[in-house]
Design a protein around this ligand. Structure first.
Ligand code: FES
Length: 255
């Protein structure tokens, strides 16, 4: 993990309340695994200065850029969205443990993402495709206005879309698609709200898989215990999402 002022080189709204932001910096030359995150200092110079963990949606080592996607969820992310190209942001990263792409032995991967859990899976899909793995992505959003990166995913493999209200793709949840399509895969990789992670890991309990937990964090570097999750087989009975995760083997933690 390094500490760097990352320069914003682009920012755009890619769906309702959803911002894609790209930075340039030497951090892009670090080894960055999908699932790892940046811990960005937001509101610098104000009374509301806080670091926000934002997962990495893409890395271009040649261009030395890192892309994040975040949703406008409150004061912190609204402040972050006001930063403009040319501005610099204080960043720690890459933080946490990502999907262990280099160690994986598989031919077919199922990726399941919900809402703001989708961005790290885009970077994962790129890494898996480079390894020659066949990728199937199942994405879930509330409605059509929230959908992003559909075309980008379609370029990397099979893509299925579900929305809660049926305004795009199939009406229903990602679990409905997994049920209906009888998808063939060796391992699954999922990221999204806790309810979705629970439903997916229960549905696929006979398969090997990884989950990435999206949760509010405090320090983001393992110092404050704000992010613990029960892990019955670990020495002290818990894991820290920010430091031991956010990616875990599905059977390693109890949601
Ligand atoms: Fe402080 Fe994880 S956020 S220990």
């Amino acid at each position: 993990m390094i500490h760097e002022q990352l320069k914003i080189i682009s920012k755009q709204l890619i769906a309702k309340d959803t911002v894609e932001m790209t930075f340039r910096g030497r951090m892009a030359q670090e080894k960055i695994l999908p699932g790892q995150f940046l811990h960005l200092l937001v509101g610098e110079g104000t009374n509301h200065m806080l670091r926000r963990p934002i997962s990495i949606a893409g890395v271009d080592r040649q261009a030395s850029t890192i892309t994040i996607i975040f949703k406008l969820l409150g004061e912190g992310t609204n402040t972050l969205a006001k930063a403009a190209p040319g501005d610099q942001l204080d960043a720690l990263g890459p933080c946490g443990q990502g999907y262990p792409v280099d160690d994986l032995q598989l031919e077919k991967a199922l990726l399941v993402g919900g809402g703001i859990g989708v961005p790290p899976l885009y970077y994962l899909a790129q890494c898996l495709k480079r390894k020659g793995v066949h990728v199937t992505m199942v994405a879930g959003f509330q409605n059509k206005a929230q959908v992003f990166y559909e075309n980008q995913f379609r370029l990397l493999g099979n893509y299925y879309l579900a929305t809660d209200d049926g305004s795009a793709g199939e009406k229903g949840f990602v679990t409905d698609i997994i049920n209906a399509e009888k998808l063939d895969f060796d391992q699954y990789f999922t990221c999204g709200p806790t309810g979705m992670l629970k439903a997916v890991s229960t549905q696929l309990s006979n398969q090997e898989g990884f989950i990435s937990i999206e949760q509010r964090m405090g320090c983001g570097i393992g110092a404050c215990f704000a992010c613990v999750v029960p892990a019955p087989d670990s020495a002290n009975g818990y894991k820290k999402i920010c430091k031991d995760g956010p990616v875990f083997r599905a059977k390693e933690v109890v949601l």
